[in-house]
Ligand binder design. Structure first.
Ligand code: GDP
Ligand code: IMO
Ligand code: MG
Length: 423
């Protein structure tokens, strides 16, 4: 079993980027398998902060091969911006970055449709990042899409033009919005010329050869399990499978190759965009979580909705992905809370349950909380799990008991070194 997996178990932004960067050292390959530039993975190294959208978070570790799998959707314009940032920092990636020919391309008109569709939805909008994710996956399943491998074909421009014609017809269905298509197209084609210089690969062969050679592979999830197209809070979800099953079809590997499934969980909970969030706090505690946790989107800058951790929600996503260990992040954000809430069960029309109903966006669903004593001291100087205040240890022990999965690591700050092993 050669492929370990990192997944967000909530609504995204759990701190996956930091953990992938930390663990990447132990692997030969780091691979993205789904999502696209809707992701924003933050990595802090020394004084530098990097936000990656399409490029795997293993890129900062030398000697590690980074693969963008077939399940990812790529916007050349965003990707070139990311590459330019790496160039500026002197990070060599050309020999270590591989892009699957089967990954689909986000066209400017995909973003145009995304924006027009969201705008037409008004109050019902998904709160999409407007990166063109939904329309691109629609073209993939609708068998209309353009893929990275198409860039290498002589009739690429004709294929592009044909798809654009379809999109322009589709856009007529929506009320007009502002979108400078000409300018976006120009940037897109300039970016295609740069992307062409990267290593395109038949990713499924690259990854399976690596497995045969005994190499260790880490699959890096984007978004969170509650944004999964099948099992998330539909329709307020993204358009890919964000659970562990997505690794197999997003890279082209067999389920029997999956090893550890590492679930990343914030010590509280956040969501950005629309849709249900049962344990959301619309009070001073919610404000405090946002302020202390700097809970603003890494991709869009939007304020994230904040609340307490939700055990039924986590039991659900642990079940869906066969999670074998959990990493708790942002424990330090709770340093100054007198009491920490935990949503232990749902009361659904008077019935107590820890199973999620078909739709969690219903009036009759109320989380039942228990309260844990806060530790009221800074974790800043803590360098090992034994040094944690006893109330923090108790909180982690309680979470482990509720979740039924070992907590292997605890993150106490955004920096690389602030990670405590709990094995
Ligand atoms: P991702 O999308 O899951 O990679 O997460 P994001 O990068 O979108 O959001 C996580 C944010 O929390 C980033 O700003 C990280 O730098 C930060 N972060 C990660 N781990 C910790 C931690 O343990 N404590 C604190 N205070 N911040 C953290
Ligand atoms: P990372 O990888 C948090 C949310 C959007 C919106 C919904 C659909 O950084 O954890 P989309 O752009 O996919 O059409 O948006 O999903 N969303 C995320 N929320 N973190 C992300 O990625 C997200 N990617 C998409 O806010 O509600
Ligand atoms: Mg993020």
């Amino acid at each position: 079993m050669a492929v370990d997996v990192i997944l967000g178990l909530q609504w995204g932004d759990e701190g996956k980027g930091k953990i992938v960067d930390y663990l990447a050292d132990k692997y030969d390959l780091v691979c993205r398998f789904q999502g696209g530039p809707n992701a924003g993975h933050t990595i802090i190294i020394g004084e530098n902060k990097y936000v990656l959208h399409t490029i795997p978070s293993g890129i900062f570790r030398q000697n590690i091969t980074n693969v963008i799998g077939n399940g990812v959707v790529i916007d050349p314009t965003t990707m070139v911006r990311e590459l330019n940032n790496l160039d500026k920092e002197g990070i060599e990636y050309r020999s270590r970055l591989f892009v699957s020919r089967k990954a689909h391309l986000i066209l400017p008109t995909h973003r145009y449709i995304d924006a027009a569709s969201e705008s037409a939805k008004g109050k019902e909008k998904i709160g999409s990042t407007l990166k063109g994710i939904g329309p691109t996956y629609m073209d993939k399943t609708g068998r209309n899409g353009l893929r990275v491998g198409d860039i290498e074909t002589p009739d690429f421009r004709a294929k592009y033009d044909a798809l654009k014609v379809k999109h322009m017809e589709f856009i007529k269905l929506y009320p007009e919005i502002d979108f400078d298509l000409e300018q976006e197209e120009q940037k897109w084609f300039e970016s295609i010329e740069i992307i062409k210089q990267l290593n395109f690969t038949n990713g499924e062969y690259l990854v399976n050869k690596a497995i045969k050679e005994g190499k260790k592979i880490l699959a890096e999830g984007a978004q969170g399990s509650m944004l999964d197209i099948d099992f998330g809070t539909y329709p307020f979800v993204t358009s890919s499978n964000t659970i562990s099953a997505g690794v197999c079809n997003g890279l082209g590997i067999a389920p029997s190759q999956i090893g550890e499934v590492i679930g990343i969980v914030k010590a509280y909970c956040t969501r950005v965009g629309s849709g249900p969030f049962p344990t959301q706090l619309d009070d001073a505690d919610g404000e405090k979580l946002r302020a202390v946790g700097h809970e603003f989107g890494a991709t869009t800058g939007r304020p994230r909705r904040c609340g307490w951790i939700d055990i039924p929600q986590l039991l659900y996503t642990i079940m869906l992905s066969g999670v074998t260990q959990v990493v708790i992040t942002k424990l330090d954000v709770l340093d100054d809370f007198e009491n920490i809430g935990v949503g232990l069960n749902y009361n659904v029309h008077g019935e107590i349950t820890n199973e999620l109903p078909f739709d969690i966006n219903i009036d009759g669903l109320v989380p039942e909380y228990i309260s844990h004593k806060g530790w009221k001291e800074s974790l800043d100087q803590v360098t090992s799990i034994d040094q944690l205040p006893s109330n923090a240890k108790d909180y982690l022990d309680a979470l482990e008991k509720y979740l039924g999965v070992p907590i292997s690591m605890v993150s106490t700050g955004p920096e690389r070194r602030k990670l405590l092993s709990r094995k």
